[in-house]
Design a protein around this ligand. Structure first.
Ligand code: PLP
Ligand code: SF4
Length: 348
């Protein structure tokens, strides 16, 4: 393996095409997608599912899909499917009851000491299993002046020690807008840390451009980036270059995944993911049970299956490379950990 620090600096610019151009090309039709991945047709595909949730995928992610392979694990995360029209008992539009926890526009305050900001209304990749696929984003879209209410809310609550930028994907914004917001948060004295939740860094690593790195270096508070990668095939050289530059700035890099049927529901795949993440300086954080949002039941892995997969994963990795198997239960004061071996060993 070539160590990144041995790559000459000039090479960095070569593999950094303009991310905005890549971003603007991310809207596709199912037909276009199938052509690009060289499949004449797909047994699960449905053009009408595009109307439920638009098809969006940036080119760098598309490039990682194996051509001519209908069950490619990256393809299955973005392909509009017939199964999305199915209504399944227990699956709803707002399974996390997020609307209840929004004290002011753009803010979700569920857990003590930390707030989540809906810092963007869109994503550059639309993951079909997304728990926010039906989220009323338009009610949360923010201009700079709209953020004053949210910033005041944080300012007045000195128990808030961490601000999380989520979305949508916060990195979809221009550096100008993003660093304006980060700069405002950086000035709130009781906030100790700033966290960014982003899948864009994985699906479009070119987003981490020189300007971003320079501006991030000027933020005073510690930064945590939680990326979202589900399968080892999503990793690659561009992402490694991005994480290397972030590590150089002492950014803490974590990853969260969602356990998805036919995509990463095997301990061996998750093991490769953890190993691959470690190689690029990222530690696994959460492995989520799917949120029960309408139209996603075909991705579901039951808790008992999940426990078995996680147990096998734990047996094959050092503890620090095992993500926490976690479920979000509305009304709880934190995410809920699922443990699989306590009952067997200790008589509870
Ligand atoms: C998941 C989540 C967080 C972060 O939880 P951690 O356990 O700290 O990662 C914060 N706020 C909301 C609303 C969340 O959904
Ligand atoms: S990147 Fe995250 S928020 Fe955006 S569609 Fe995918 S899962 Fe949903």
């Amino acid at each position: 393996m070539i160590h990144l620090s041995t790559i000459p600096v000039e090479d960095k610019t070569v593999i950094t095409p303009d991310w905005k151009e890549l971003l603007s090309q991310s809207k596709l039709s199912t037909q276009d997608l199938l052509k690009l991945v060289r499949l004449e047709k797909h047994p699960l595909a449905s053009e009408s599912a595009e109307k439920l949730f638009e098809l969006r995928v940036p080119k760098p992610y598309l490039d990682k899909i194996e051509k001519g392979k209908a069950d490619d694990p990256l393809l299955l995360q973005i392909l509009p499917q017939l199964a999305e029209h199915t209504n399944t008992a227990g699956f709803t539009n707002d399974p996390l009851e997020e609307e209840k926890y929004s004290p002011v526009k753009g803010v979700i305050h569920k857990y003590e000491n930390r707030v989540l900001l809906i810092a963007s209304s869109t994503c550059v990749i639309n993951c079909r299993y997304c728990f926010r696929r039906n989220f009323p984003y338009s009610e949360h879209t923010q201009s700079k002046s709209d953020w004053q209410e949210a910033l005041d809310y944080i300012r007045k609550n000195d128990s808030i020690t961490e601000v999380i930028l989520s979305g949508g994907d916060p990195l979809i914004h221009s550096n100008n807008y993003l660093f304006w917001l980060l700069g405002e948060i950086d000035q709130l004295t009781h906030v100790k840390r700033i966290r960014i939740h982003s899948r864009l860094i994985v699906s479009l690593p070119q987003r981490i451009d020189a300007e971003f790195i320079k501006a991030l270096g000027e933020i005073n508070k510690p930064i945590i980036i939680v990326m979202h990668c589900n399968h080892p095939n999503e990793l690659g050289d561009e992402l490694a270059l991005a994480t290397q530059q972030l590590s150089d700035l002492n950014v803490t890099l974590l990853n969260q995944s969602v356990l998805l049927r036919s995509i990463n529901d095997q301990a061996e795949i998750l093991k490769q993911l953890s190993e691959g993440l470690f190689e690029i300086g990222v530690l696994p954080y959460y492995l989520f049970i799917l949120d029960k949002v309408t139209g996603t039941a075909h991705f579901e892995i039951s808790i008992s299956e999940a426990k078995k997969i996680h147990q096998a994963l734990q047996a094959s990795l050092p503890g620090y490379l095992v993500p926490r198997l976690t479920i979000e239960v509305p009304g709880q004061e934190s995410k809920t950990s699922i443990s699989h071996n306590t009952n067997q060993i200790i008589n509870l």
